[in-house]
Design a protein around this ligand. Structure first.
Ligand SMILES: Cc1cc2nc3c(=O)[nH]c(=O)nc-3n(C[C@H](O)[C@H](O)[C@H](O)COP(=O)(O)O)c2cc1C
Length: 220
């Protein structure tokens, strides 16, 4: 796969087949992604994979929290308020995605189902959790996590797999910690759901847009 094709073709997948991904494939994906850059080559990431029964346990527990209307309690602060153009882009994503999926604005139940489905990793059989040592400088090591996370997404694409970064996968880190046996001194930063995209599903076809080059770029 050409690098340009990988960059242009990667997108978040929100509908997966339940087919398990061979552990050998996941290992190969992560083995390649290890070459991502990090600050001072510290490679502060630890990668913990939930598949099979573990992924199901997480999905069941998250969905239960979602059904109860529990507020997220992430270990890394999540953005809550957006202003101006950022709010506009955030709102546009939600509107365009739900419209593309055929979910009407006033169909409250369909929206709730979409969010509950997010807690089930949109059907993905596997989630790759990116974890850092709690001793590390948190905001800074998140740069490194972004570096390996996105490299994992490209590596997965090369192996014919779809991915999505899921903030929803770290709404309840205490649950993740318990199910995946992650010690208390480690911070769970984010999970990336991975699996085979469901052919023909609008949520697997949807593509988000981007701001024009002139909007985000200039020579000083
Ligand atoms: C840190 C992070 C967390 C995200 N969390 C979610 C999420 O919880 N639910 C979701 O549907 N998409 C999530 N996304 C996917 C973004 O919505 C998506 O990357 C963005 O809309 C751009 O679309 P693309 O990935 O298809 O290019 C997340 C992306 C990132 C980088």
């Amino acid at each position: 796969m050409k690098l340009e094709d990988a960059i242009r073709n990667r997108k978040s997948v929100r509908a997966f087949l339940p087919d398990p991904v061979p552990r050998e494939t996941i290992s190969k994906i992560v083995d390649l992604a290890r070459w991502a850059p990090s600050w001072g080559n510290t490679q502060p990431w630890e990668i913990v994979v939930a598949d099979g029964i573990k992924a199901k346990q997480l999905a069941d527990a998250f969905e239960e929290e979602g059904q109860k209307g529990a507020s997220p309690r992430p270990s890394i602060n999540m953005p809550v308020n957006f202003a101006g153009v950022y709010k506009e882009r955030y709102m546009n994503l939600g509107k365009n995605l739900l419209t593309f999926m055929g979910i009407e604005r006033d169909d409250k139940q369909a929206r709730i189902n979409h969010y509950l489905n997010m807690y089930r990793f949109f059907g993905a059989p596997c989630v790759i959790y990116l974890v850092v040592d709690g001793e590390l400088n948190e905001p800074y090591s998140c740069l490194d996590i972004g570096s390996i996370g996105t490299t994992i997404c490209y590596s997965a694409l090369m192996h014919g797999l779809g991915t999505i970064y899921l903030a929803a996968s770290m709404h309840f880190p205490d649950i993740v910690r318990g199910v995946l046996d992650i010690p208390r001194n480690k911070k769970i930063v984010i999970g990336i759901a991975i699996g085979y995209a469901k052919p023909g599903a609008p949520a697997a076809i949807f593509r988000s847009d981007r701001a024009a080059l002139e909007e985000i770029f200039r020579f000083a």
